[in-house]
Design a binder for this molecule. Sequence first.
Ligand code: SF4
Length: 207
Amino acid sequence: MPDSPPMPLETITAQMVALALEMGLSDAKVVDARAIQVNPELVNYCSPPACPNYGTSGHCPPYGPSSREFQLSLDWYEKAVVFKFDAPVSLLMSDERRPLSRRLHETAAILEQFAKNRGCIITMGVATGGCKALFCQGHDDCLKLQGKLCRHQGLAKPSMSGLGVDFTALSELAGWPLNRVTAGSPTHEGEMGALAGFVLVSKKAPR
Ligand code: SF4
C-alpha cells in the first residue's frame, strides 16, 4: 500500500477546529501564530496577592518560559487554533470555573496530539488557569519544580496569563466579543465572560 499523501496544514487546523467544537467548546478559530500578542506587563497580574498560583508550579511564573521567551518562540509556529468556553461571569469568578478550566487544558492536550498524529512537527498547548490548583490540589508539591516528570505530563499546560498573552487582543484576533473577566467585572445575571486556550502548530522544524 502506498503511503497516503501528507495532510496540508490548512486541513489539519480545520479538523482541529471541528474537533474542538465537537468537544463542546463555544468557539474555535484558526489564526496566524505570529499575530498572537504578548505583553510582559500582563504577567504582573500573576504576582501575589493577585494570583494564588504564583510560584506553585512549573507552569506558572516565575517558573516556565518568560513572556519574552514565549514571544520569540512564536516565530517557530505557523498557525494557532484558538478556542474558548463562554460562561456567566458569576461562574468564572467562583471555584466553579475550575472544571471548565480543566476542560480547556484537556482540549489543548487532545488537539496537540491530533496535530502531531497528522504530521505537525512542533506543537504547544496553552490554557487559562494554573495547573497546581486544577490538577494537583491534593498534593503539597509540584513534581516539575522538583525536577521530576509532571504528574499530568502532556495534560497540564502553561498558563496563558503567565506567558503574558493578551486576552483582549486574542479575542479581537479571533473575532470574539471582548469579555475579559477581571476582579472588577460585573457579576449580575446574564453577564457573560470567557476562558480561552490555544494550540500552536507547525509542519516545519524551527530554524
Ligand atoms: S506536577 Fe502538578 S502542579 Fe506540577 S506542573 Fe504537573 S500538574 Fe502542574
